[in-house]
Unconditional design. Structure first.
Length: 193
């Protein structure tokens, strides 16, 4: 089953882990039916930590710290007609984002975005590495449709996908994740032996 790997800053990961943020806001959404699994990649950064009466900036991130089920996605949009606020069919959804108006405006501007509802949250005891995941091939072709340099291309009597292409066409083909996503990407977890 196709899942999503989402990059989230440490500050927001902390609120999600505490249950204080139950909706994640994004400018786009996956073309998946809800519910679907989402892996949380905590980006590199710092969190403030109180130790012996003194605040410290602790470096964190760069790992997959947990997962959740996205069971609902709702559109969130800026409405100049509603006192310049962000609106959704259920206004409590906006509150569940944990974002102030200024933070929402900095991210979405006067546009629209999507609120991904977080349910069945699991925070791992031992974080996973982002490179333990693979991404589905975008075209179904193991060579991503780059035919001119493809070693599988039969250059016989003209190019015809059905007759001349010897590459494996399959939606089950995957490639390694080269880096964590800027926002989110489709993934599958690599099974550990």
């Amino acid at each position: 089953m196709r899942s999503v790997l989402i990059s989230i800053r440490p500050k927001w990961c902390e609120l999600i882990a505490k249950g204080q943020k139950t909706v994640e806001v994004r400018k786009t959404r996956p073309k998946l039916e809800t519910p679907f699994k989402v892996y949380i990649y905590r980006t590199k950064g710092f969190i403030r930590h109180l130790c012996n009466g003194k605040w410290w900036n602790m470096p964190v991130g760069g790992t997959v710290i947990g997962e959740f089920v996205c069971d609902e996605i709702r559109e969130i949009g800026f409405s100049p007609y509603n006192h310049g606020e962000y609106t959704c069919e259920d206004q409590t959804y906006i509150e569940q984002t944990g974002l102030t108006f200024d933070e929402m405006f900095e991210y979405l501007g006067e546009g629209y975005g999507y609120g991904w509802h977080i349910s069945d949250l699991v925070i791992y005891d031992t974080p996973k590495e982002w490179y333990e995941f693979v991404v589905p091939s975008k075209t179904g072709c193991v060579n991503e449709g780059k035919c001119n340099g493809c070693v599988y291309l039969d250059r016989g009597n003209g190019y015809n996908v059905e007759d001349d292409c010897n590459a494996k066409f399959s939606t089950d083909e995957y490639k390694p994740l080269k880096r964590p996503p800027q926002s989110w990407c489709y993934v599958e977890e690599v099974s550990q032996p």
